[in-house]
Design a protein around this ligand. Structure first.
Ligand code: GDP
Ligand code: IMO
Ligand code: MG
Length: 437
């Protein structure tokens, strides 16, 4: 059975964690395959909230194997905190495997992220999560100053760190000689040797293990991180993350053939959020934006930053769904827009006299677009208790079906609150495309 993949269709935080946790019940293996501590995935069950950064959201389901694939960058201190936090809450991590190919985040990466993020890109700050993600991937691609998990267990580890610290000192002193001088190789070596002892039971070459699983037809769930519009090649460059975070990145990050993914589920909020810099055509910089932020509790899972909020952008989501090869959509946070007096969707972009359904390749062009709006009278109903399609107000059903029509993919699941149980499976005859809108 080819695997399932969950991909964010906006700028991250679409509630992928919630959906992955739900879908884990139908799978045997959950794989995280990109990003690192920049991700913050939330799972809520039985009134308990779990926030995960590296560890797959499948970990709360006992009996499932959880894999961190080669495309992830791991900060050992952060992942060990996650492991400890789970164990303290009696969640077993015995079935966690971490690829020995993952690249490790070192203190210099965090320093570099702080130094470079403060440099403006065309007058605007990228607004990274400051978790050292970009610098770590930069070293991975550059190769000469990279360290992978497998290197921690080799006899030349100390020598490798000493050599790299020397290079990093030289590079960083161009920014700030004081900061460069603070890099202390012996202390870093000691610290990371401590991490090595604790991470060793989890480290292995996950690639042949996953290939065996693929060939044995085990049910695999791939957990995307970030969102399609943050993709390094296909997103709103340079206001993106450092990986192919759309659907095109799954095989490379996990180390499986493309054919291993059969079903692509795109996750989108019923509105839009973005953290950090970059253009956002449907952004609401007014009281309505504030209202959505408060209703949706839109503050970063990783950094606590207030998220920028705006209306659903069907142009952007349609682009993301096509790029990521999405078969169906899970529409999240419908309860949030259900409280508003009016709800809007951007159906097209206007550029001068012209209207287009295409998503521009250059951020300067994206900054120029004017959304073409479709407005819906709000249904102003508390739907957090809805559990089946017929519990939803007619206006909410129409909103869902209109989104499906505009994006060109059926909405098969709707989320009406953070908890596992606050989820509605849309009956097949109601998925808009089959219903003809
Ligand atoms: P992820 O990064 O895509 O996994 O998403 P985050 O966990 O960063 O952000 C989603 C937030 O929305 C979390 O706090 C979830 O608990 C919460 N959430 C998930 N689904 C819903 C929903 O349908 N309604 C509401 N109100 N909150 C939700
Ligand atoms: P999850 O998996 C939302 C954003 C940052 C910044 C840009 C680059 O929880 O959806 P980085 O630290 O990756 O170099 O930052 O990408 N970003 C995210 N935004 N959710 C995420 O992950 C994100 N991961 C990165 O805010 O704009
Ligand atoms: Mg998140």
């Amino acid at each position: 059975m080819p695997g399932t993949c969950v991909i964010g269709l906006q700028w991250g935080d679409e509630a992928k964690g919630k959906l992955v946790d739900l879908l884990t019940a139908e799978h045997e293996i959950v794989v995280r395959y990109l990003g690192g501590a920049n991700a913050g995935h939330t799972v809520v069950t039985g009134g308990e909230q779990f926030k995960l950064h590296h560890i797959p959201s499948g970990i709360l389901n006992p009996g499932v194997d959880n894999v961190i694939g080669p495309g992830v960058v791991v900060n050992p201190a952060v992942i060990l905190q996650e492991i400890d936090g789970l164990e303290q809450r009696a969640i077993s991590v015995d079935r966690l495997k971490i690829s020995d190919r993952v690249h490790l985040v070192f203190p210099w990466h965090i320093t570099e992220d702080h130094l470079t993020n403060a440099r403006l890109v065309g007058g605007e700050n990228i607004g990274t999560t400051l978790r050292g993600i970009g610098p770590c991937y930069r070293d991975k691609v550059g190769r000469t100053t990279a360290i992978r998990l497998g290197d921690l267990f080799r006899s030349d580890f100390a020598e490798r760190v000493e050599r790299i610290v020397e290079i990093k000192r030289q590079q960083l002193s161009a920014f700030d000689p004081d900061i460069a001088g603070q890099l202390d190789a012996p202390a870093i070596i000691d610290e990371y040797r401590g991490y090595a002892r604790r991470l060793e039971p989890f480290a292995c070459d996950t690639t042949p293990w996953l290939l065996d699983a693929v060939e044995a037809d085990r049910a695999i769930l791939f957990e995307g991180a970030q969102g399609s519009l943050l993709d390094i090649d296909h997103g709103t460059f340079p206001f993106v993350t450092s990986t192919n975070s759309s659907g095109v990145g799954v095989a490379a990050g996990a180390g499986v053939p493309f054919k291993a993914v059969g079903r692509m589920i795109g996750v989108a909020k019923a509105y839009t959020t973005r953290v950090g810099g970059g253009p956002f055509p449907t952004e609401l910089e007014d009281a309505m934006g504030d209202r959505i932020r408060e209703l949706g509790n839109e503050y970063g899972t990783t950094t606590g930053r207030p998220r920028r909020c705006g209306w659903f952008d069907a142009v952007a989501v349609r682009y993301a769904a096509r790029l990521s090869g999405v078969d169906e959509i899970a529409l999240m946070m419908l309860d949030v827009v259900s409280r508003l007096p009016e709800v809007r969707v951007c159906t097209k972009y206007r550029i001068g006299e012209r209207e287009t359904g295409d998503f521009p390749s250059h951020v300067d062009d994206l900054r120029q677009v004017e959304p073409v709006w479709e407005s819906f009278a709000g249904w102003e109903t508390d739907i957090t208790g809805a559990r089946v399609w017929d519990d939803l107000p007619l206006a909410a059903q129409r909103y869902i079906q209109r989104i499906a029509e505009l994006v060109g993919r059926p909405v098969t699941r709707v989320s009406v609150g953070p908890d596992r149980v606050q989820t509605i499976d849309v009956p097949l005859e109601r998925t808009a495309l089959e219903a003809g809108g």
